[in-house]
Structure formats: C-alpha cells, structure tokens
Design a protein around this ligand. Structure first.
Ligand code: ATP
Length: 609
C-alpha cells in the first residue's frame, strides 16, 4: 500500500512553494512594489484632508486649493495605474503558477507506477490537481499581495502616528503643502509600548486559530477529494447505477459527504469567527482609546480639528489590516494544507524504475522465459509461486485456469507493471528488469478484454501507439482488423468521435478498433485477453478473423476463454492458485486426463450450451 509521507513544517512548505514563484520573481516584485506604493498613496489622503481643513477651510488660504486639487488628482491617477499593474500581475502570475504546478503534477503522475493508481482514488488525485492548486495560487498571489498591502499600511501608518514630523507623511506633506504641526507623540514613550502590546495581543488569536485551522483545512480537502471520487465513479458508471436503481442511494451517499464538508466548514467558521471577534474587540477597543487621547488633545488645544480628521482617516485605514488579518491567515493555512497535499503527491517515488544506465531492449524475436517467478501484489499474499514457463518466437500460448489463478498477473509482469520478488523474467534472454522498461513495453502489443478507447476520433484511437501514422496506414490496419467497413459508415468516418471510453460503439466494434491499434504498432510480442462475454456470431467471426491476422508471425500470450483459441494454441499453460500445474499441447494434456481435461470438459459443455 502506498501511503503519503507525513507533514513537513510550514516554513519548509513555503520554501518549496517559492520555487514555483521564482521564475516570475521580477513580475511579482514589481506587483508587490505597486502594492506597497498603493498603500503609501492611500496614506497620503489623511494628511491631505487634514491640510484641506486646517489650511484651506479654517485657515482660509484659498491659494493652496489648486495645488492641493492637482496633487490629489495626481494621487488618484497614480493609485489607479498602480492598482491596474498589481491586478494584471496578480492574474498572470497566478495563472502561470497554476499551469506550472498542474504540468509538474501531471508529469509526475505519468511517471508513477500502476500500483500507485490502484491505491489512490481518482477523485483524490483530481482534487489535488484542481482545488489544491487553486488554493496555492491564491496564497501566492492575492493573499501575498493583501498581506504586503496590510503590512505596509500598518508599518507606514504606525510610523506616521508615532514618529510625528520626521515621518514619511510628515515630510511629504511639508514639501507640497503646509500641513501644520503633526507632532503627536514621540517614539518610545508609554503610549508606544501600549500600542506595541496591543499589536502583540492582536496577533495572539490568529496564532492560536492557525494551529486549529490547518488540520481542519486538510480534513476539508480530503472530504472534497472523496466527494469528487464519488462523483467521478457514479457519473462514469451511470449505466450500472441506473441498472441497479441506485440513483436515490447514490444521492444520499453524496449528500452525506457534502454534509461532512459543511460540518468541517462550520467548525472552521467558529474558529475564524472567534479569532475575528477577539481581534475586533481588541483592535477597535484600542482605536477607541487612542481616539480618546487625540480628542482630549484637541480639546486642550494641542491638536487641531484637521489633526483629528487626519487621525480618524488614518485609524480607519489602519483598521483594514486587522479586519482582513483573520481572512488572510485562514487563507494562508488553507494554502499550506493544500501545498502539503500537493507536495505529498510530488514526493511519491515510482515503485518501478529503470536501473541506472539501463540499456534499451534491442528489436526482439519474441522468446519469453519465466524462471522460478514468485510474486505478490502486497508483499504478503503470494499470487504466483515458482512459475516457470517458456514461449518460443512465433508461438501462440494459451494461459488457462480458474478465475483468480494468476493469468492476468503473468501478463502484468511481462509488461513490467509490477516487479517480481524472486526469479527472473526474460525476453530473448534479456532480463526485463535490467533494460529500459519503455523499450520492453514498446515491443509488446496488448488487446484487453474490455477494450479501452479514449474520447477522441476513431483515427486517433487507432493511432494511439503510433501518433505519426498516416491515414492510409490507419485505414490499412482497420481493414485487416475487419473494422474499415463499419468505420466508413460512421457519420464522419475516421474522424467520428467515439464518445467517452468508446460508448458510442458496440463491444465488437471497440474490440476491432483495439485490434487495429495493436496491428499498427506491429509488435513482436502480443498479449491478448480474450473477452469472456460472447459476441453475436457475425461479430464473433469478424473479431476472431481479426485476431488471427493480428497473431500471425508474432509470439502471442492469450488469456484464453474460447475453445477454438485453446485448441489451436501451440502450447497450453494451466494455472491454479498461482502455480503452473500442467503444460503442453491440447492433445497431450487431454491424454493426461488431469486438471486441463476437467477444465476443457467444463468449458466445452458451457460453450456448447
Ligand atoms: N492489483 C492487485 N492487487 C492485489 N491483488 C491483486 C491485484 N490484481 C489481482 N490480485 C489478486 O491476484 C490473484 C490473481 O489475479 P489475476 O487477475 O491474475 O487472476 P486471473 O487468473 O487473471 O483471473 P480472471 O480469469 O478472473 O481474470 C487474485 O487472487 C486477485 O485477487
């Protein structure tokens, strides 16, 4: 069983996330700069309004009106342009990060071994590639920019309040306008300490809520993965759902999972809500006290009404970071939970790997040899025990045996979908675990019991293994697979879409397309898994003919269910409970009156019936 690795620290996750942001650091930096500048621009407004009241309205210096208006207009234009750039970069960088992450995840998935996909539900993987990636995108763009904007508002705002005329605002306003005395408090007095303590208190609710939020977010994403899984399974298997009248049950199942998500969301809302309420109480309580100080100073004549209005606007601006802090923090925690799930997937190593500098398997003749092979899927329950068999080039070998005997497993091992625990499998004398697995698979053609087609055109399905093949080549193979005539009658001929998994074609038609696909690959070695379900006699004849053409001149391993195939095999291998119990030709095995003879009689009776 594949288990995802356990969680790493937030700092480690953030460092890994930065790798995805790095290619766009210039653009991100410019966007962050724009964000910081927007904050700086915003913080000009309190001083301007203060000056407007004190100098122009109360002080009646109307000459300052025009420069003030021009300065204000300039600020508005600057804010608009900077905001545009920030938004533009936000969208572009976000989209690039999403695409990069998805491509890397998809590439990684393609590298993973088959066993990984058997252990992990499709819905969970889809959820990682879609929702988790979107959460990370938001953290790397919107959340980061909001954070920078909040940080700048706070830092500049507090400096302005605390540092008086030496502040950025103070200096700027003295350059352009005559903003009177902005000396509010000097640095490092009891008030400063009081403000710092307040800030510290404000961060506490978020720190505590973060500890609770992160596991909750992970739970929610996992529940979402399960929901997508149910969706994927029941939508793609609607035929079975309907045939067994399970629509209402499936709806209830789905509602149950959706309800679980609401429950988790409710717990999350409580945590965020409490952190928010606490921060509002502390933050706005603090602001109220601060205003009380300033109000008293105005009454005592130490500050003007303009100062009071300026302070009010400043405090309003400063309240923004606190108001959005809980939201930012919960989004960051969501993104970290999502990043953890993404990296857990990226950290999965394929079970089946080429050895270093593995050579490519040269063009083969098609000799197969299993020598004392022992295999188990889970490392515990043995599936194949001491299996030895040999197939000569060009031979057709039938694997027969009861259900669960290990026939498909032998095919899986030849394709190196799994590695064996003991023994050796070789093709033309080359141990398949010591050559490039891609070069092995390239030389093996496979036709499955349930032919798998992709939701594209007939032509692309036939050319799946040889995408460069010309239409003439595709048609020639379709002709040999007895598929050309029915394809020509389809509405758009070879360009007709076959529907998801080929649902728009009959089973026999799908099978012949799969045979044409294997023919086009022209492999030296073939694995056929014969359909157990019988086709109508015309379809059966067409499929059997196509199979015969496909097998001609190639080594073929057939997981056989049909008497005609078994009887015509050069060799029959009888498997039972993972062991080869008999092997030989049809006649020799019948003469032995052993297990094969029993199996054959049963099959004969079934198929005659
Ligand atoms: N991916 C897997 N993981 C774990 N066990 C598996 C897996 N695939 C098959 N098995 C087990 O291995 C044994 C052999 O299965 P296999 O599919 O090879 O049988 P088979 O002879 O092809 O059967 P059938 O004729 O019914 O297809 C069975 O007991 C099965 O439960």
């Amino acid at each position: 069983m594949h288990q995802y690795k356990r969680e790493a620290s937030s700092a480690f996750q953030i460092t890994r996330l930065l790798v995805f942001v790095r290619p766009y650091w210039m653009q991100l930096l410019s966007a962050l700069l724009a964000t910081a500048l927007v904050s700086a621009v915003l913080l000009q407004y309190p001083a301007l309004v203060g000056s407007l009241i004190d100098t122009i309205i109360v002080g009646r210096q109307f000459a300052s009106l025009v420069p003030t208006a021009i300065f204000l207009s300039g600020l508005i234009v600057a804010q608009a342009l900077l905001s545009f750039w920030q938004q533009y970069c936000n969208t572009i960088i976000g989209e690039r990060i999403v695409v990069d992450l998805r491509i890397q995840l998809y590439r990684h998935l393609q590298r993973l071994s088959l066993s990984f996909f058997q252990d992990h539900p499709t819905g969970d993987l889809l959820s990682r590639l879609t929702n988790d990636v979107m959460l990370v995108r938001e953290a790397a763009t919107t959340t980061l920019m909001n954070f920078v904007s909040s940080l700048f508002l706070l830092l500049i705002g507090i400096t302005v309040i605390l540092a008086g005329p030496e502040s950025l605002l103070g200096r700027l306003s003295q350059l352009h306008l005559t903003l009177p005395k902005a000396h509010v408090f000097s640095l490092w007095n009891p008030t400063t300490m009081w403000v710092l303590l307040l800030l510290l208190l404000l961060t506490l609710p978020f720190l505590i809520s973060g500890l609770i939020l992160r596991p909750l977010m992970k739970q929610q994403q996992e529940a979402l993965g399960e929901t997508i899984n149910v969706l994927e399974e029941t939508i793609s298997n609607q035929k079975i759902v309907k045939a067994f009248s399970r629509e209402a049950d499936e709806c209830r199942h789905y509602e149950g999972l959706a309800g679980l998500q609401v429950n988790i969301a409710r717990r999350r809302a409580w945590v965020i809500g409490l952190a928010n309420t606490l921060s509002i109480l502390l933050g706005f309580g603090g602001i109220g006290c601060f205003l009380w100080f300033v109000g008293n100073a105005v009454i005592a004549g130490n500050l003007t009404i303009g100062d009071l209005v300026m302070t009010l606007i400043l405090l309003f601006l400063l309240s923004q970071p606190f108001a959005s802090a809980s939201n930012l923090y919960s989004r960051l925690q969501m993104a970290l939970g999502a990043a953890e799930r993404i990296f857990a997937l990226l950290d999965q190593e394929p079970d089946i790997k080429d050895i270093p500098n593995a050579p490519s398997l040269p063009r083969i003749e098609g000799q197969i040899c299993f020598s004392h092979v022992h295999f188990s899927y889970d490392g515990q329950k043995p599936v194949l025990c001491d299996v030895s068999l040999e197939v000569e080039p060009g031979q057709m070998v039938a694997l027969v045996g009861p259900s669960g005997a290990g026939k498909t497993t032998i095919a899986n091992l030849l394709l190196r979908f799994f590695d064996i625990q003991e023994g050796k499998i070789s093709i033309d004398g080359h141990d398949i675990s010591r050559v490039q697995m891609e070069s092995v698979r390239r030389q093996i053609g496979i036709v499955l019991q349930e032919p798998v087609l992709f939701s594209t055109t007939v032509r692309e399905n036939i050319a799946y293994g040889e995408p460069e093949a010309s239409l003439e080549e595709v048609q020639a193979m379709a002709l040999a697979a007895n598929a050309h005539h029915f394809i020509e009658q389809l509405p758009q001929g070879y360009d007709t879409p076959v529907g998801e998994r080929g649902v728009k074609l009959s089973v026999g038609q799908r099978q012949r397309i799969a045979i044409a696909r294997a023919l086009l690959r022209n492999p030296r070695l073939l694995i056929l898994d014969e359909a157990t379900s019988s086709l109508d006699s015309e379809n059966e004849r067409l499929v059997q003919e196509a199979f015969a053409r496909l097998m001609k001149g190639r080594t073929t391993l057939v997981i056989a269910h049909r008497l005609s195939t078994i009887e015509h095999a050069d060799k029959i291998i009888v498997l039972e409970r993972g062991r080869v119990i008999e092997q030989g030709t049809h006649e020799s095995l019948l003469a032995r009156q052993g297990r094969y003879s029993q199996l054959y009689t049963t099959l004969f009776r079934e198929q005659e019936a």
